[in-house]
Design a protein around this ligand. Sequence first.
Ligand SMILES: C[S@@+](CC[C@H](N)C(=O)[O-])C[C@H]1O[C@@H](n2cnc3c(N)ncnc32)[C@H](O)[C@@H]1O
Length: 204
Amino acid sequence: MINTKNKPYSESCDQNRHAILTVIRPLLLNSTSVLEIGSGTGQHAVYFSEKLPHLIWNTSDRNENIAGIKLWLSDKNSKKIPQPVELDVRQEIWPIISFDTVFTANTCHIMNQQSVEIMFKRIGELLPEGGQLIIYGPFNYNHQYTSPSNQQFDLWLKSRDPESKIRNFEDLNDMAEAAGMSLINDYEMPANNRILHWKKTKTC
Ligand SMILES: C[S@@+](CC[C@H](N)C(=O)[O-])C[C@H]1O[C@@H](n2cnc3c(N)ncnc32)[C@H](O)[C@@H]1O
């Protein structure tokens, strides 16, 4: 029996999940299977898959977060959330999962530059044409912060890891385009966050 009392907990997941759901629900109407990268605690997966029961929501993360995700999933016992898979975007071979959508929240500013580049490249290779990439988080535009609080957050990120930082939207969009994806929309979200939505439009 798994002790679910010591589940990892992210307060921000509880705070942002409804606003994220409001934006992604219509985007996922025709999707069948999502790969979530950097699922963290697994709270988003549990919430979104409950609200979007037509989807198979595949969680993934680096090894250290897999046990915590399993604890969250064990409370759910839903067939629509398979067991989490270990995925560091830098690994050469990604686990074999069939998906038409990639979702990732609050990961680009944690990953280093190389990881972000690899992530976009691999997503472009693996998404089927018409598939989509949805990224939630804070972003800069033309290398400018969108708020003083994002600037403070960026300073804090860099102090704990010099390779972490808020990424520049234009750089991410260049990576997406190089990987065969086109920007569909850029949604303003609470607390100076955004949701970026790309679709795979061509094979590179
Ligand atoms: C700030 S947490 C966000 C977790 C969750 N998505 C959320 O919104 O609460 C960043 C996540 O990115 C993951 N991450 C960082 N580098 C990664 C990499 N190279 N490959 C895959 N995941 C990575 C971390 O393990 C962590 O779960």
